[in-house]
Design a protein around this ligand. Structure first.
Ligand SMILES: Cc1cc2nc3c(=O)[nH]c(=O)nc-3n(C[C@H](O)[C@H](O)[C@H](O)COP(=O)(O)OP(=O)(O)OC[C@H]3O[C@@H](n4cnc5c(N)ncnc54)[C@H](O)[C@@H]3O)c2cc1C
Length: 426
């Protein structure tokens, strides 16, 4: 059996694992990056929107992105449109081309002194004297290898096997699993640089064309569009419902009548982070720690930034010679200090959006339109209407959630966001 020794082994070469390995190696740690496939195997997403902050980490060009985004159009159930644009005409976000983006990020990572082992699947953890001492893996599903290290960084995506083996496992509540369907269309009549959200679209202006659906559109360049039907009154679709909703929408909506589906994707996004994502000798990052930011599936930036945080903590741990849960958990605390409140806000926005009856979606969008997408006190009066609050609380209770303190949620929300635009692209 082949045996390798290093300071840190990172499992998974997606955006999170790449950035964690790069950070460790940049500061001199002996780093091994293990990927089970030939190249990173990104989740099956056709539309992947990321904030412009991504350009801090990877060179953005036509290869890595299919379209820079300059604005958003949101349509309410009654057809009211709110259109928002960056005043100076800068890009605010990008639709990534994940096939090339993940490989490009890995290429940058491998400029550091890293031992990259692709086609190598982690199969278990090495344990000695009750401590985790690295991983066991298989190369090409044939050759066994033992990679001994002081730290294991689990960047293995939603499957999060490293977390399970290390005992950091929580069953995902179905209410907190966001099921996403993704379709790539050959053509649609939309602006190539605008991100669209169509909420509860009605084909005849009176009858709901397909209940419980919002439609998210990502321009993909060359006329192509990724279309995600989202169930906005719950996180999950019933069996077959997404397909029916999609067929209905494409048959009836004027933008898509001529479109054909050329590829399909989808997946499950956990909406709630693990309670703990570190233990002795182990840190989990990105999807492996369920850190995806609701409600915008901001998983790529989240994976990248958690990778940097965990990498930096790994460097400090090696300097101090302390690999205990207590020492490593500073990464977790730093994450929660930086993003915890925003994550909590995002989670409740998603839950509230699902609980918001169409009538209030319309009122909400009218008010936003009148106030130029600013969050004014008038808007908060709509949200605080006692009738609406009782409806929302009833719905949230049915989902088995603890009743959130809506007023403190409101003030926390105001701390971060001044207008609707910020909630998308800040
Ligand atoms: C349908 C859909 C739409 C999405 N839309 C968006 C969006 O619009 N914007 C956005 O930012 N995010 C979006 N996401 C989320 C985003 O794709 C993820 O959050 C992001 O890829 C997480 O990165 P990661 O590095 O944590 O994990 P991953 O990208 O999942 O990478 C994990 C890597 O680990 C490897 N691996 C797994 N197990 C092992 C093992 N045992 N041994 C070795 N290697 C292993 C895998 O092969 C893979 O390369 C979407 C996801 C889906 C499913």
């Amino acid at each position: 059996m082949r045996k390798i020794k290093c300071d840190v082994v990172v499992v998974g070469a997606g955006p999170g694992g790449s950035m964690a390995a790069k950070t460790c190696a940049k500061y001199g740690l002996d780093t091994v990056l293990v990927e089970r496939k030939e190249y990173p195997s990104k989740p099956n997403s056709m539309g992947c929107l990321v904030s412009r902050r991504i350009a801090e980490y990877v060179h953005i060009d036509k290869k890595t992105t299919s379209a820079p985004i300059y604005g958003i159009v949101q349509t309410a159930p009654d057809g009211t449109e709110i259109s928002m644009r960056e005043p100076d005409g800068y890009e605010v976000a990008y639709v990534l081309n994940r096939d090339t983006f993940d490989n490009e990020l890995l290429k940058i990572t491998l400029k550091e002194n890293i031992e990259y082992m692709n086609r190598t699947r982690a199969t278990g953890l090495i344990r000695e004297d009750g401590k985790i001492r690295g991983i066991e893996a298989k190369i090409d599903e044939k050759e066994d290898v033992e990679i001994r290290s002081n730290i294991v960084i689990g960047a293995d995506g939603v499957e999060h096997k490293i977390g399970r083996w290390a005992g950091i496992y929580e069953r995902l509540d179905p209410n907190d699993a966001w099921v996403v369907f993704d379709n790539l269309l050959d053509y649609s009549d939309i602006d190539e640089h605008t991100y669209y959200q169509i909420i509860g679209w009605r084909s005849d202006g009176k009858v709901m064309a397909y209940p419980n659906a919002a439609w998210v559109l990502y321009p993909k360049g060359e006329g192509k569009t990724a279309l995600q039907p989202m169930p906005y009154h719950s996180l999950g679709w019933q069996k077959g419902e997404a397909k029916n909703a999609l067929n209905y929408f494409m048959k009836n909506h004027p933008l898509f009548k001529k479109s054909k589906i050329i590829d399909v994707g989808g997946g499950v996004l956990p909406a709630v982070p693990l309670k703990r994502f570190t233990t002795d000798n182990v840190m989990l990052i990105g999807d492996a720690a369920h850190l995806n930011m609701m409600p915008w599936a901001d998983g790529v930036m989240t994976a990248i930034e958690s990778g940097v945080f965990a990498g930096e903590r790994a460097v400090e741990a090696c300097e101090e010679g302390d690999f205990s849960s207590e020492f490593l958990s500073e990464y977790e605390k730093r994450w929660n200090r930086t993003y915890g409140e925003k994550k909590m806000i995002g989670y409740y926005i998603a839950k509230l959006a699902q609980a918001l009856p169409d009538k209030y979606w319309n009122i909400f969008c009218h008010r936003l339109k009148e106030d130029n997408a600013k969050f004014t006190d008038e808007l908060f009066k709509v949200i605080k209407s006692p009738k609406l609050i009782s409806k929302i609380l009833f719905k949230l209770k049915k989902e088995g959630l603890e009743i959130p303190d809506l007023l403190s949620f409101g003030s926390l929300f105001k701390k971060y966001y001044r207008n609707y635009w910020d909630t998308f692209f800040e």
